[in-house]
Design a protein around this ligand. Structure first.
Ligand SMILES: *[C@@H]1O[C@H](CO)[C@@H](O)[C@H](O)[C@H]1NC(C)=O
Ligand SMILES: *[C@@H]1O[C@H](CO)[C@@H](O)[C@H](O)[C@H]1NC(C)=O
Ligand SMILES: *[C@@H]1O[C@H](CO)[C@@H](O)[C@H](O)[C@H]1NC(C)=O
Ligand SMILES: *[C@@H]1O[C@H](CO)[C@@H](O)[C@H](O)[C@H]1NC(C)=O
Ligand SMILES: *[C@@H]1O[C@H](CO)[C@@H](O)[C@H](O)[C@H]1NC(C)=O
Ligand SMILES: *[C@@H]1O[C@H](CO)[C@@H](O)[C@H](O)[C@H]1NC(C)=O
Ligand SMILES: *[C@@H]1O[C@H](CO)[C@@H](O)[C@H](O)[C@H]1NC(C)=O
Ligand SMILES: *[C@@H]1O[C@H](CO)[C@@H](O)[C@H](O)[C@H]1NC(C)=O
Length: 544
């Protein structure tokens, strides 16, 4: 439906159309409620955005890996922020039966504002009306090549701003409205659910649109976006400097040795990576079997590992950001590809990071990363901060408006996350706590030892963090721990609320009751001190 049709519908609604709609609604509630006619025209959007089209149709969908068929109303709202020239699609799925009274906004991943329509199915199966937004750009998680530049060559700041924040609030506003119209009341509660980019989006909502959601699950949040994405290139930079690209089996061997040295009992992960002082140079000269070829670990290999764990530093050793923790796979950021033999490898940089540096920071899509120097790296780091922190830093520690609105939020982060440095999340939470000692009354953080990016790894993954948020919001039961289980189902552990950690008190170590939460030292102090800047409460940056 285009704009002129909207006007037509508008006039219909204010004449006889409204009676017709209500009439048919009585005869066949579902069909009537799930029609564009019933849902248009007056969908209110913030920022004078204009609705271009609304479509609604009953649909059936199969939940993957199950025999569950969902009957739902499928609503798509297409709209634009007029002077921005964007065109955004919001999709809301509303369960025909068994609605639980709640709306759920579902987050995206990487460069994608949405994780796709299939991400709405399990919320719908759980009784939520659920919505997602494409943010006005295609689902493409590794590169923004399709939308970073406008035809005139300038950066597409409107779409970037949609991605950063604006489209997310639009989703909340539209999702709640559509839900209310379809069921005739509610939603009683609204929740945000996301990890990675979805986690960043959750924190953005709490920071910038504090009344949009009652509860937020913000997992492994991609906060500090401008700088952590630069830090993601650090390992590749080190390899370029040394012109040494080890096969992954070398990194795996060093990681395995670190886990062996620092693990608790038979765990296959490190509970306290901040206190794991394993020295990768212990592995230099060791010969390892790499797909049938013996490879000797060199001191350059150990240097790459050590500096990757440390995180990026300036020439005088000042830390810029955190690194990945010992025990974390290198094949996410410090990936190498070997052709023909394990001694013939090259670096395989993470596309989100290189896209960020070349397109968005340097505005040079064809940038030659081989020419990057340490000074250049440091300069890019600060350039990113100055240019983008206000838009997408998502590191405002003043959550008082969210608190005053009654919001509740949970973040967890895998300490073996290969893509987003847990140190950045720990740092944010520490600063939030320092700013407001009551933070835990509305925002709790649970480090997840041995867990990868939003899932996987050898550690215990939280089973249902959103359920803990819902319980907190609706029953005022604040979670002290998050129940978690390893992917293979063998170990149950409770994740402790930061800064506490799981402490063994005896018994079967696969049993949740063998541990209590206790302060046993901080998670990051031993790796790195603070990065040399602080973020003040309005999100601007003061260098110290
Ligand atoms: C909902 O509508 C969109 C847009 O037409 C479509 O792409 C999607 O497949 C529909 N979903 C279902 C479950 O039918
Ligand atoms: C789906 O149903 C078939 C037949 O009833 C059954 O064999 C299969 O195990 C079911 N699959 C799942 C994932 O429940
Ligand atoms: C939502 O709120 C309404 C009105 O307060 C109430 O009747 C209803 O039971 C609540 N819960 C659900 C699941 O709809
Ligand atoms: C359709 O909307 C009406 C009123 O707006 C409401 O009473 C009814 O329960 C809704 N139907 C469904 C299936 O939710
Ligand atoms: C070793 O073999 C596996 C399986 O074929 C492959 O995935 C991996 O990339 C190889 N490792 C190296 C370092 O070539
Ligand atoms: C690996 O190191 C051993 C002992 O230091 C040496 O004998 C061997 O030649 C080395 N192998 C390779 C492939 O460099
Ligand atoms: C080494 O890798 C390059 C690609 O990086 C490939 O073109 C070349 O053929 C490989 N050499 C051997 C000996 O396999
Ligand atoms: C943010 O805070 C800094 C320092 O307190 C102040 O100089 C600046 O004007 C503030 N910016 C805004 C937009 O409020």
């Amino acid at each position: 439906m285009i704009l002129s049709d909207m006007t037509l519908f508008s006039s219909l609604l204010f004449s006889s159309g409204v009676d017709l709609a209500l009439c048919s609604a009585k005869e066949n509630l579902n069909v009537a409620n799930c029609s564009a006619f019933f849902l248009t025209p007056a969908i209110d959007l913030p920022y004078n955005a204009q609705v271009l089209d609304v479509s609604a149709a009953l649909a059936k969908s199969q939940v993957s890996n199950s025999n569950i068929t969902l009957n739902l109303c499928n609503v798509t709202v297409t709209y634009t922020h007029p002077s921005w020239n964007d065109k955004i699609h919001i999709t809301i799925y509303l369960p025909e039966t068994g609605w639980n009274g709640r709306f759920q906004g579902v987050g995206g991943g990487g460069w994608a504002t949405s994780s796709g329509l299939s991400s709405l199915l399990s919320p719908v199966a759980a009784g939520y009306s659920a919505g997602t937004t494409d943010g006005g750009h295609e689902i493409n998680s590794l590169s923004t090549a399709g939308w970073a530049e406008l035809p005139n060559g300038q950066l597409n700041m409107p779409l970037f701003t949609d991605f950063a924040s604006v489209a997310l609030n639009d989703l909340a506003v539209v999702g709640k409205q559509i839900t209310n119209r379809y069921y005739g009341y509610g939603p009683n509660y609204s929740y945000w659910n996301g990890c990675s980019t979805g986690g960043r989006q959750g924190l953005m909502m709490a920071q910038k649109y504090p009344t949009a959601f009652n509860g937020i699950h913000a997992g492994a949040p991609a906060i500090n976006w401008p700088v952590f994405l630069v830090a993601e290139y650090w390992g590749q930079f080190l390899m370029n400097q040394l012109v040494r690209y080890p096969p992954q089996c070398v990194f795996d061997a060093i990681n395995n040795a670190a886990v062996e040295a620092c693990r608790f009992m038979d765990d296959r992960f490190i509970a306290q990576p901040g206190q794991c002082l394993y020295d990768p140079f212990l592995m230099v000269g060791k010969s390892i079997n790499c797909n049938g070829t013996l490879v000797n670990i060199t001191s350059d290999d150990a240097t790459i590992v050590q500096k990757t764990w440390e995180g990026p530093r300036t020439a005088d050793g000042t830390p810029l950001w955190w690194g990945i923790n010992p025990g974390t796979p290198f094949d996410g950021l410090i990936d190498t590809e070997c052709t023909g033999s394990v001694t013939n490898c090259t670096g395989n940089a993470f596309g989100i990071a290189t896209d960020w540096i070349s397109r968005w920071i340097l505005e040079e899509p064809d940038y030659d990363f081989q020419s990057l120097t340490l000074d250049g790296f440091v300069k890019i780091f600060y350039q990113a901060l100055v240019k983008y922190n206000a838009i997408i830093g998502t590191n405002n520690i003043d959550l008082r408006p969210f608190h005053h609105a009654g919001g509740k939020m949970i973040t967890w982060h895998g300490l073996a996350d290969p893509l987003i440095f847990p140190g950045g999340t720990i740092d944010y939470y520490r600063k939030a706590m320092a700013f407001d000692p009551e933070t835990h009354e509305y925002y709790r953080f649970f480090p997840a030892p041995g867990v990868g990016h939003c899932e996987n790894g050898n550690g215990a993954v939280p089973s249902d963090p959103l359920a803990a948020v819902v319980e907190w919001v609706e029953q005022d039961i604040a979670p002290d721990v998050l129940p978690a289980v390893t992917t293979d189902g063998t170990i149950n552990r409770n994740l402790c609320m930061y800064p506490l950690a799981s402490f063994y008190i005896g018994g079967d170590p696969t049993d949740v009751g063998s541990f209590v939460c206790k302060f046993v030292g901080d998670y990051i102090d031993n790796i790195i001190s603070y990065a040399d800047f602080v973020l003040n409460s309005n999100g601007s940056t003061i260098f110290v």
